[in-house]
Ligand binder design. Structure first.
Ligand code: FPP
Length: 227
């Protein structure tokens, strides 16, 4: 009987658009509702005894291909939402971090991101990491380039250390909305993760469902290549 400890959780939040479509609403309404789900899930993680980080795929390097109005909406939502969430981060004792190339965002949004990071840096219940303008292949390539430019050898250990994420390996990865693919998310860090795919659309995903998944994870047999 195994008893896995869950420290690092990652989630691909998918299905906002379909959630809105099912209700005859515009896609952006799904993103707004999805943002509420982020809060509920972060609260669950902050209260969970062993979870240290939750990494959420919020905007991929490929998401720029969406219609301009949707990209603009997501940027504005993120800015507005982060400012509003500050109180929530304090209440949950949650630290806010990001992975990805935020220099691709407007100076205003970059300033908001930096400010929320700074103001929540002392919290220790959980670190919420939003993957923003994130692509895993690019992250790996850039880390290798940095090592090479310093004349350092590229090994599994040196590259792993160089990847600019505030954790090492992800224990559990969940994707909502029934899609079963990784979409260029944390390819290195997911090497030994347990995967769970649920048909639930992200705006309908609840801490209760996550708790069921965590229970199943705890009882899965993780062998890391051994017997
Ligand atoms: C996928 O839904 C969702 C995203 C584009 C990323 C997650 C975004 C949010 C939860 C919105 C709010 C985020 C923040 C941080 C304020 P989709 O549009 O791909 O859904 P679909 O596949 O049904 O079209």
């Amino acid at each position: 009987m195994s008893n896995n400890i869950l420290k690092n959780l990652a989630i691909i939040m998918d299905g906002n658009g379909r959630w809105a479509k099912e209700r005859g609403l515009i896609r952006t309404k799904g993103h707004e509702k999805g943002a509420d789900t982020i809060r509920d899930i972060t609260e669950y993680c902050a209260e969970h005894e062993t979870i240290e980080t939750v990494t959420l795929y919020a905007f991929s390097t490929e998401n720029w291909k969406r219609p301009k109005y949707e990209v603009d909406f997501l940027m504005r939502l993120l800015d507005r939402w982060l400012k509003k969430e500050l109180e929530t981060y304090h209440r949950f004792g949650a630290r806010f971090e990001t992975v990805g190339d935020i220099e691709g965002f407007s100076p205003k949004l970059q300033k908001t991101i930096a400010s929320i990071k700074e103001q929540t840096a002392h919290h220790t219940n959980v670190t919420q990491i939003l993957a923003l303008n994130y692509g895993s292949r690019e992250e790996i390539a850039k880390a290798a380039t940095r090592l090479a430019s310093r004349g350092e050898e590229i090994t599994e250990n040196s590259l792993g250390d160089e990847l600019n994420t505030p954790y090492t390996d992800i224990d559990l990865m969940v994707r909502t909305s029934g899609e079963q693919r990784l979409s260029n998310f944390l390819l290195w860090q997911l090497s030994y993760s347990e995967f769970f795919f649920t048909p639930t659309l992200w705006p309908d995903f609840t801490p209760h469902e996550l708790d069921d998944i965590v229970d199943q994870y705890v009882n899965r047999n993780r062998r890391f290549g051994g017997l």
